[in-house]
Design a protein around this ligand. Structure first.
Ligand code: ATP
Ligand code: MG
Length: 560
C-alpha cells in the first residue's frame, strides 16, 4: 500500500463528481448553484461508509460555494426511530459539517400523493390488484419481455377513484398497489411498471396514522430531490439501474430536473458495513451497542478515540471511485495514528508490570521529574512525574540472557528511564517457578534528564511508573471484530467469522497525571499506542480504550 505514505498534494486532481460540477458551472447550469443532500434512512446509526458519503456531499458543496441538505429518508414507517434521527444529526455535526436545511421525506407525503394523482390523470399510473407473486411473474426475465397486468388498461378515472380508496384505508395490505405505466418490455427491469405506492397500515414516527399508503423509494427519492431543487444527487453504484426511473418521474411530472450521479460504496477489510448486519450484532449482543469501540459506526469510532479530522483525512485519501473496492482498514488506522501523534499528550503507563528496586535510592523519598506533554507540540506544556525507590517497568523490557542489540534491561546493562535517571541492572529475583519477580538496579546520581553530567551514553529509553503513586487503570485492547479480510466473499453467515478475541481487558499502571483525564481525552501511552478515556470510567476507576497501536503490526501478525 504505497499510497499510504504519500502526502496529499496541493494540486490534487479533481474527482469525477467535481469534474461534472465544474462542467455544469462553466455551462451556467442552475445559475451556478450547487445544492447536494445527504439522505440517510433513520433505521440505524451511521457508519464509516456514510462518512464517505457525508464528506463527499458536504465537501463538494463547500468547495463550490453551495450547501447540503440533511434529508431523512423516512418513507418506510416500520424500521425508523427518532433515536436514530438524533444520532445521525449528532454524528454529521461531529464530523464537522452543518446542513443548510433539515428535511424529512415524510414532509413530502402530500406532494408525493399529488404527484401520483398527476401521473394517474396523465394515464401514466394504474391501480393493480395482482398479488406480489403474480407481479413477479409478469416482470419477465432479463432476456424475456414481461407481460401486462390485466389491470393495466383501467381508465384514469377508475384509477383515481381506486387510489383515493386505497388512501382512505378501504383495502387490505397487499391487495392493491399503484404502478407506473411504463413498459413491460423495457430492457431495464426496473422500468417494467414499477410499484410506486403500497398499502401499509403502519404508524409512522412523524406522520403518525395519517397515511396507510406509502411511496416506494423510487417514487420518493427523486421527487424529494426535485422539491428541494437539489442540483447534484450523489448516491452509490447500486442505484445506477434506478436512474432511468428517477429521470422518467421528473420528466413526466415536469418538475425540477435534479440529476443523479453514482460513486462506489466504501467497503473496509475485517468488518461489515450494512446497517442491517450491524443491527444484528447489537441485538444479538456480539457487541455492547452501536457505539461499541469495535464497531465501524461513527459513534463506535468516536468512542474508540478516532477524531473527525482523521476520518475526513481517510475519506479524502481513498478518493471517489466509480468501481467497488475494498479498502484496507490499516489506512484508517494510519490516519488516526498520524493525527494523534500531533495532538495527543504523552503519558507513561506500564501494561505488564515488573517491579524494580532502585537499591541506592533512599526509602520513602519522592523526587519530581518533569516531562514534556507532547514533543510534537511546542506549546504542549510540561508535567510532573514522581520518581521513587520502587518503580514498574514492562516485563518484556528485561531479559535474563539478552541477545546483542537488546538495548533494554539485562544483567549489567544500563538504560535511561524516560525523563528521569540512567539505571543499571545489578541483579534479579526469581520465584520457585522460575519467573523473574523483581529487578535490583542502581541509579546514576548525576544522570537526571535535563541536567545530565554523567557523560554516559545509553541506547535504550524505557517508560516506567513509581509504584507508590501508580494509578491502576482498566485497559480495553481491541482486535479486528472479524477474522476474515473480505466478508463479502466469506463462506456462510457473516457472524460465523466473528473474532472471539476481539476484546482483551487488562490492568495497567499509570503515572498519576492521568487522574485528571476527562472522558474522550486521548493520549499516547509511550511506546504502547494511543488510548482514549471511555465513558464507562468513574472517578476512581478509569477505563481506557486502545485506539490503535504505535505501528502497524497487523502485517507481521498475519504473516505468522
Ligand atoms: P446500509 O446498507 O448500510 O444500510 P444504506 O445505503 O441503506 O446503507 P442509507 O441510510 O440509505 O444507508 O444511506 C445514506 C447515504 O449514504 C446514501 O446516499 C448511501 O448511498 C450512502 N452510503 C451508505 N453506505 C455507504 C457506503 N458504504 N459507502 C458510501 N456511501 C454509503
Ligand atoms: Mg438505504
Amino acid at each position: 500500500m504505497s499510497e499510504i505514505s504519500k502526502e496529499p498534494t496541493e494540486e490534487k486532481s479533481l474527482n469525477f463528481i467535481e469534474q461534472i460540477i465544474e462542467e455544469d458551472l462553466r455551462n451556467g447550469k442552475h445559475g451556478g448553484r450547487v445544492l447536494t443532500r445527504f439522505p440517510p434512512e433513520p433505521n440505524g446509526y451511521l457508519h464509516i461508509g456514510h462518512a464517505k458519503s457525508i464528506c463527499l456531499n458536504f465537501g463538494v458543496a463547500q468547495k463550490y460555494g453551495g450547501g447540503t441538505n440533511l434529508r431523512f429518508d423516512d418513507t418506510n414507517p416500520v424500521t425508523e426511530d427518532t433515536e436514530y434521527v438524533d444520532s445521525i444529526k449528532n454524528d454529521v455535526q461531529w464530523l464537522g459539517f452543518q446542513w443548510v436545511n433539515e428535511f424529512y421525506a415524510s414532509d413530502y407525503f402530500d406532494s408525493l400523493y399529488e404527484y401520483a394523482l398527476l401521473l394517474i390523470r396523465k394515464g401514466l399510473a394504474y391501480v393493480d390488484e395482482s398479488t406480489s407473486e403474480q407481479m413477479a411473474t409478469q416482470k419477465g426475465t432479463p432476456t424475456e419481455a414481461g407481460t401486462n397486468s390485466p389491470y393495466r388498461d383501467r381508465t384514469p378515472e377508475e384509477n383515481e377513484a381506486l387510489f383515493v380508496r386505497m388512501k382512505n384505508g378501504e383495502f387490505a395490505e397487499g391487495t392493491r398497489t399503484l404502478r407506473a405505466k411504463i413498459d413491460m418490455a423495457a430492457s431495464n427491469m426496473i422500468m417494467r411498471d414499477p410499484v410506486i405506492y403500497r398499502i401499509k397500515f403502519a404508524h409512522h414516527h412523524r406522520t403518525g396514522d395519517k397515511w396507510c399508503i406509502y411511496p416506494m423509494y423510487d417514487f420518493a427519492h427523486g421527487q424529494s430531490d426535485s422539491i428541494e431543487k437539489i442540483t447534484h444527487s450523489i448516491c452509490t453504484l447500486e442505484f445506477i439501474p434506478h436512474r432511468d426511473l428517477y429521470d422518467w418521474c421528473i420528466e413526466k411530472l415536469e418538475i425540477f430536473p435534479s440529476k443523479q450521479y453514482e460513486f462506489a460504496r466504501l467497503n473496509l477489510t475485517y468488518t461489515v458495513m450494512s446497517k442491517r448486519k450491524l443491527l444484528q450484532l447489537v441485538n444479538e449482543q456480539h457487541v455492547t451497542g452501536w457505539d461499541d469501540p469495535r464497531m465501524p459506526t461513527i459513534s463506535g469510532l468516536r468512542r474508540r478515540g478516532y477524531t473527525p479530522e482523521s476520518i475526513r483525512e481517510f475519506c479524502d485519501r481513498i478518493g471517489v471511485a466509480r468501481r467497488d473496492n475494498l479498502i484496507d482498514v490499516s489506512l484508517l488506522e494510519f490516519c488516526i495514528r498520524e493525527h494523534l501523534n500531533k495532538v495527543a499528550e504523552r503519558r507513561m503507563v506500564v501494561l505488564d508490570p515488573l517491579k524494580v528496586i532502585i537499591t541506592n535510592f533512599p526509602e520513602g523519598q519522592v523526587e519530581i521529574c518533569h516531562s514534556e506533554n507532547n514533543p510534537e507540540d511546542p506549546n504542549g506544556g510540561i508535567r510532573d512525574i514522581p520518581f521513587g525507590r520502587e518503580i514498574y517497568v514492562e516485563r518484556d523490557d528485561f531479559m535474563e540472557v539478552a541477545p546483542k542489540k537488546y538495548f533494554r534491561l539485562a544483567p549489567g546493562q544500563m538504560v535511561r528511564l524516560k525523563s528521569a535517571y540512567i539505571i543499571k541492572c545489578d541483579d534479579f529475583v526469581k520465584d520457585e517457578a522460575g519467573n523473574v519477580t523483581e529487578l535490583h538496579c542502581s541509579y546514576i546520581e548525576n544522570s537526571k534528564s535535563g541536567s545530565d553530567t554523567s557523560g554516559i551514553n545509553v541506547k535504550g529509553t524505557l517508560h516506567w511508573v513509581s509504584v507508590n503513586e501508580a494509578l491502576p487503570i482498566e485497559i480495553r485492547e481491541y482486535d479486528r471484530l472479524f477474522t476474515v479480510e473480505d466478508l463479502s466473499t466469506a463462506e456462510g453467515d457473516f457472524k460465523d467469522h466473528i473474532n472471539p478475541n476481539s476484546l482483551q481487558v487488562i490492568t495497567g499502571y499509570a503515572e498519576p497525571a492521568l487522574k485528571e483525564a476527562a472522558i474522550g481525552d486521548k493520549f499516547q501511552f509511550m511506546r504502547k499506542g494511543y488510548f482514549c478515556l471511555d465513558p464507562d470510567s468513574t472517578a476512581d476507576h478509569l477505563v481506557f480504550n486502545r485506539t490503535v497501536g504505535l505501528k502497524d503490526t497487523w502485517g507481521k501478525v498475519a504473516a505468522k
